[in-house]
Design a protein around this ligand. Sequence first.
Ligand SMILES: Cc1cc2nc3c(=O)[nH]c(=O)nc-3n(C[C@H](O)[C@H](O)[C@H](O)COP(=O)(O)OP(=O)(O)OC[C@H]3O[C@@H](n4cnc5c(N)ncnc54)[C@H](O)[C@@H]3O)c2cc1C
Length: 165
Amino acid sequence: MKVIVLGAGLLGVTSAYFLRQQGHDVTVVDRQASPAAETSFANGGQISVSHAEPWANPGAPLKVLKWLGKEDAPLLFRVRADLRQWLWGLQFLRECTPARTRHNIAQIVRLGTYSRNTLQQLRRDTSIAYDDARRASCTSTRARRSSTRPRRRPRRCARSVATGA
Ligand SMILES: Cc1cc2nc3c(=O)[nH]c(=O)nc-3n(C[C@H](O)[C@H](O)[C@H](O)COP(=O)(O)OP(=O)(O)OC[C@H]3O[C@@H](n4cnc5c(N)ncnc54)[C@H](O)[C@@H]3O)c2cc1C
């Protein structure tokens, strides 16, 4: 099959690679002169498989409200008179319930594990060499203060392996 992939960022290039592996005739098109010239350019290079907290979580709506109008906000939402934007916003809010967040975390962990395994296979197949480092990172969670019990110290420490890419 002839396939055109629009965008030569991380997703476009890897999609094209795997489509080519399956024998398709692939052309990658991009508005920039070179690949990975937009979001994929010089990102953090961190692959944190177990960092699975979705942006849409119970704490997000309040944070987004506080960040409105701040151009350097981690989650930037520019309010526009655009129906599609408002529909997207409603969908985002629907994903912020505790039940949806739990469900989405489980999906992200599955996807992250699959992605890590695929990346390891890709590295073996292509022998791509780059400066990578494996480190453990520690995430702590703090239990909510309850009216009857004193505030606890961070009680859980999850280990994750990060691979600089
Ligand atoms: C500061 C920063 C740090 C980050 N750090 C990390 C990190 O440590 N770990 C991690 O996993 N992720 C990180 N990310 C996220 C990661 O970089 C992105 O998820 C990823 O690069 C997205 O890739 P993409 O291919 O979807 O998009 P892009 O890289 O943006 O690719 C889309 C391509 O499509 C092209 N395009 C768009 N519209 C058109 C059009 N109409 N015609 C032709 N071409 C078009 C663009 O030119 C672009 O090249 C970071 C992101 C940022 C901004």
